[in-house]
Write a new protein. Sequence first.
Length: 264
Amino acid sequence: MLNHLLDWLDLQRLITALIMPLPLGLALAGAGLVMLAASRWRRSGLLLGGAGLALILLASLPGVAHGLMAALEGPYPPRPPADCPRADAIVVLGGAVQPLLDGELRGRLHRGSDRVWEAARLWHAGCAPRVLVSAGGKLEPPVAAAESEAITALLSDLGVPASALVLEADSRNTQGNAAFSRERLAPLGVKRILLVTSAWHLRRAVALFARAGFEVVPVGADYRSFRACRGVACWVPSAGAFEMTGLAVKEWLGYWMQVTGADG
């Protein structure tokens, strides 16, 4: 029963979620409070609790959030579609549109839906003759269809014809995106791809798609670090900065586990 409810990928996501700044900081602070109750551990409790609160505070600072995000996005500046190199296919990754839920007529857009718009612009600019949509996920209630179907519908609304679209709906993470995209595109003779995803995700995605045998041209979307903070605003905690820090930390962890760890 547990294996049905929680598979290995779910477990990975759960572990990652637990070591994000907020749950980890709260856990450290909570452990510190427990230790404070025991007089012989009072000093250690103060240090541990202080470390947890400091972690939460640090993660909520815009200066920290923008620094972490800029390190991910910096190597992949925006490029006009008209300047794109010719490729065999455009590959756009999921995380852009809410999968269709029971009773819905269309998927809801996320902030990452910039990825879909960028893929459509590249196709209209003649950068490649086809677009592969790589986005799967668990098809369990209330999810009625994979995200790739919702993205494909959006690309069709943006003028990309069905004859140019290829769907990949089996992947559940970036490693799966690369592996299943290879399965779909290899029979079509695709070697060089324009890989479209959020700029902060490109470092990991490019490495995994290159490992899968593609010649990868990265194309960024959904940039987060352009509006960098200025002056004292960089050191005033905010919920937005906390969210951005968590996203950046998650991406660095993903790169370490899927790329660096696998290489080692």
